[in-house]
Structures are given as structure tokens and as C-alpha cells.
Design a protein around this ligand. Sequence first.
Ligand code: JB3
Length: 213
Amino acid sequence: MNKPLLIIGAGGHASVLVDILRQQKREVIGIVSPEIDASKEIFQGICHYSNDDDVLNFATDSIMLVNGIGSLPKSNLRAKIYDKFIRLGYKFSQVIASDVKISDFSELSDGAQVIHGVIIQVGTIIGANTIVNTGAIIDHDCNIGMNNHIAPGVTLSGQVKTEENVHIGTGASVIQSVFIGKNSVIGAGCTIVKSVDENVVCYPARITKKVIK
Ligand code: JB3
């Protein structure tokens, strides 16, 4: 039986999640955020709580949380919110759009979020609190760490392994068997063909302008 859901955050990512949950007729009983754009139709009719401490008014076994804080390189707010409420005894629901293709032989951890159009192949593991965003493709036997953001349109070939807190930017591609260390950021549009150490930022190859005389 699905428990009622409280969404943490009220920005763009939260609106994507609420859209999915509304389509699935899930019970969203509130949105918790210091501010909310009340004009956003997607949030209409949902109770707004302005303080994270308002969550504590709900017994830990009476609801599930949804982490609506998105994920930006070098911002650990999403991970901090997740850790805080896990320590307080709450559980985070997965959010899985209805039009994804996920192998029955893959594994999604608590709080994992899989947005429209994603493909996840056999043998792949998705870590806790990780976002696999719109249209991303994760091929067979990948191991994606917790608190990752696999941004829209990313392609990961087989056996890619990432540690925690990795951000792979929009449209980036990673070839098979590459390892990406914790906290690293792969810039939008990168093609990664070799393993990346931890705490590294990769930018797409820049074409330097050279005037041919
Ligand atoms: O790349 C894509 C497709 N989406 C991005 C997503 C993954 O990450 C998106 O474009 C944004 O870059 C980001 O989405 P997010 O986090 O929704 O960004 P923003 O629209 O800035 O919303 C942040 C929300 O978090 C706002 O509603 C803030 O009020 C709220 N917020 C900030 N601090 C907080 C806190 N909410 C709570 N409950 N507690 C906080 O401490």
C-alpha cells in the first residue's frame, strides 16, 4: 500500500516529480520549501509547508518523503536533505516515471528517481538518492553510486562505475568500463573514454579559434 508523500523542495525538479506522481495518482499531501511559486499550476491544491521542521509533525511510519531538491555540480543540498531525514527515521520513496524501460534484472536503491524516457539495462545498480534524468541511457552492468545526477540525454555504455556524488552533465557520453571517482563533474557534452579520478571536473574538448591566413 502506497503511503502519502511529502515533497521536499518546490523548484523545477520537484515540479517534474509531482507531475509524474499526479499521473500515477499517488497521494501528495504536501510540499516543503522555504518558498513556492504559487502560480505554478502543477502545485495547485497541494498544501505548502515553509519549514523543514514541519516534516517532524508527521510520524516516520505514516508518510514517505520525496527528495524534490535537484542536483547541481558542487551543491550538496540534495544529499544533506536526504541524510538529515534518513537520520531522523524517515524513508524516501523512489519515483519512477511510467514510460521508462528498466530491466527486471537491475536494482534501484531507496530514493532513486528515474524520469521520463530512461532506459536502464540488465545488471545495472542505481544508488540511493540518485537522479537518472530525462531520456538518459544506462547500459548493462553499470554501478552508479549514491547521490549521482545522470542529467538528461546522458549515455553510459556497459560496465561504467561511478562513486558517490558524481554529476554527469546533459548529453555527455561515457564509453564502456570507465570508472568515475567520487565528487567528480563531467561537463555537458563531454565524451569520456578514460577513467576519471575523484574530485575532478572534465570539460568538453574546446575548439580553439585559429584563423587560417
Ligand atoms: O537538469 C535538470 C533537468 N533539472 C535540474 C535539477 C536536476 O536540479 C534543474 O534545472 C535545476 O538545476 C535543479 O532543480 P531544482 O533543485 O528544482 O532547482 P530550483 O528550481 O532552484 O529549486 C530548488 C528548490 O529547493 C526551491 O524550491 C527552493 O526553495 C528549495 N530549497 C532550497 N533550500 C529548499 C531548501 N527546500 C527545502 N525543503 N529545504 C531547504 O533547505
